[in-house]
Design a protein around this ligand. Sequence first.
Ligand code: IMP
Ligand code: MG
Length: 332
Amino acid sequence: MIVGGFYGDEGKGKIASYLALKDSANLMVRGGVGPNAGHSVYWKGKTYKMRMLPSGFVNPECRLLIGPGVLLDPNIFLKEVTDLGAEHRAGVDPQCAIIEADHIERDRGSDYLKKKIATTGTGCGPCNVDRVARIAKLAKDVPQLKRYIVDVPLETNTAIDDGKNVILEGTQGTFLSLFHGTYPYVTSKDVTAGSIAADVGVGPKKIDDVLIVFKAYVTRVGGGPLAGEITEAEAAEKGWAEVATVTGRSRRAAPFDLNLAKRAVMLNGATQIAITKLDTVFPECENAKNFNDLSREAATFIEKIENSLKTPVTLLGIGPSVEEVIDRRKEL
Ligand code: IMP
Ligand code: MG
């Protein structure tokens, strides 16, 4: 399982697509909230911004499923499937709740959601409200989705029992969780490891590893506290200025936060850590092939994280493209 450790946008999409290729994943299953997520994947010179389908699409052998806990926007899903030519390998659970035009209007038309919380405006919050009110439409009721409907928990558990390689892809980040985040500046659901498992219908004892993804600095979009926040000008100077995948807003930025990371490891029961964008903070590392090639400063940064969090840092992102990863899983 892959989860986000900060406020989303940690680089989960890149790590998920790397693992789908490297570990020859048979199945990747999306958990998390819905199309409020935007996973950027740079692959073979092209940029993909995935909002519904799992980032494992880069491996043509990988099945791409969406768990029942996830909210489905049929327009976005069908466009992604068509754009990728993934008709033969995409599947949606019949119980995914459906985002309709009215949900998007309620999200964008509410001063509270739009101005105060500064949501992504994708209809996720209002759709989860209707889901809890037991009035939401489900995927099984949408004719255009008929050919994609599969029992995702059954297919996922069967694949695990048959010894296949299965990756569960979480979205958002730990501190956007409705339960554990900076309420009310949070998303409309819990997004920690326990909930990602529930989203796809896999029991906790079947998860071998929880890989938590942190970026080498922290970003957040929308409202809410951000400890150590720097100004936009400072972020630009450091090369940390980012633009949000879904909304195009500027992301707020802060240095890596060890206390936040420690709590995220606890809340998710993380067994491994991935650090992305190491090359953005330590540009001298961009051509490193393994850990020994890192500068002293970068190596010290990683060692400090491992020592404080008592969890191995197994994957290091050193460039935007899917394959630009230092993989230490065999050494650690
Ligand atoms: P909502 O999930 O659209 O309701 O937005 C609630 C809060 O979560 C806002 O601060 C959003 O910016 C944030 N958020 C939701 N999904 C993501 C994501 O995938 N990446 C980063 N921020 C997100
Ligand atoms: Mg994102």
